[in-house]
Design a protein around this ligand. Structure first.
Ligand code: AP5
Length: 215
């Protein structure tokens, strides 16, 4: 059983590589960003609370995220293996995840993949990102364009830009990443399960290295 954790700045390719992995391995992707965006769209209490933080490029409070993830990880479909995309992002979340895995679940994180991409490249990636509002597939107008300029290859839906993919919000997200999230990498490095990859290489090259790591 493999349980993967992705680390990396906004736009470093966590979602893109998760799509590759779930195609080839028997694991599910658990993306806190996707869970929160769905909650916002559905107008649930979680979504109403999270919305302001997300549009400002700030982290949603740890207590909310930990509660959501504690429930999500208990679900039946997590039993074969999972990818954590976007969680944990703070030291408090790392500690909460450790406690969940140790006390409530019988899982271990087996692989941690850190995608390293400098901020200047992130700006081009995020401002050119388009995604399908229905199936969630991610594109880039230059690096991974859809076959037809504005529509999803899979279901033909009109592609959208995420609300938080503006230059202004991205600078805040990057600041939060460097201050709160980058500091958790050493915690996993101490456990000897981290692969750091040059995320500026093509998505196909990055995925080759991930496959070699996962076996
Ligand atoms: P979230 O949705 O997790 O956003 P993020 O971490 O900012 O990551 P992204 O989804 O923007 O990027 P990605 O790394 O998946 O890149 P992608 O593969 O799409 O979180 C959103 C918000 O929710 C947060 O700001 C926060 O408010 C809240 N939140 C979420 N989790 C939380 C938590 N745990 N605690 C508190 N708050 C939380 O790629 C980007 C683009 O680049 C795409 O267009 C893609 O096609 C392209 N691309 C990818 N790889 C390559 C490549 N190798 N070469 C060229 N282009 C590439």
């Amino acid at each position: 059983m493999i349980n993967i954790l992705f680390l990396g700045a906004p736009g470093s390719g966590k979602g893109t590589q998760s799509e590759n992995i779930i195609r080839d391995y028997d694991v599910i992707q658990i993306s806190t960003g996707d869970i929160l965006r769905k909650a916002v769209k559905d107008g649930t209490p979680l979504g109403m609370e999270a919305k302001n933080y997300m549009t400002q490029g700030l982290l949603v409070p740890d207590t909310l995220i930990v509660e959501v993830m504690s429930e999500r990880l208990k679900a039946e479909d997590a039993k074969n293996g999972f990818i954590l995309d976007g969680f944990p992002r703070t030291v408090v979340q790392v500690e909460a995840l450790d406690a969940m895995l140790e006390k409530e679940l019988s899982y271990k994180i087996t692989h941690v993949i850190s995608l390293e991409v400098p901020d200047d490249i992130i700006y081009e990636r995020i401002t050119g990102r388009r995604s399908c509002p229905v199936c969630g597939r991610v594109y880039h107008i230059k690096f991974n364009p859809p076959k037809s300029a504005e529509a999803c290859d899979a279901d033909g839906e009109k592609l959208i830009c995420r609300d938080d993919d503006t230059v202004e919000t991205l600078s805040k997200r990057l600041k939060v990443f460097h201050e709160s999230t980058a500091v958790i990498k050493p915690l996993y490095e101490k456990r000897g399960i981290v692969l750091s990859l040059d995320g500026t290489r093509s998505a196909a090259d990055v995925y080759k290295k991930i496959k070699a790591f996962l076996g």
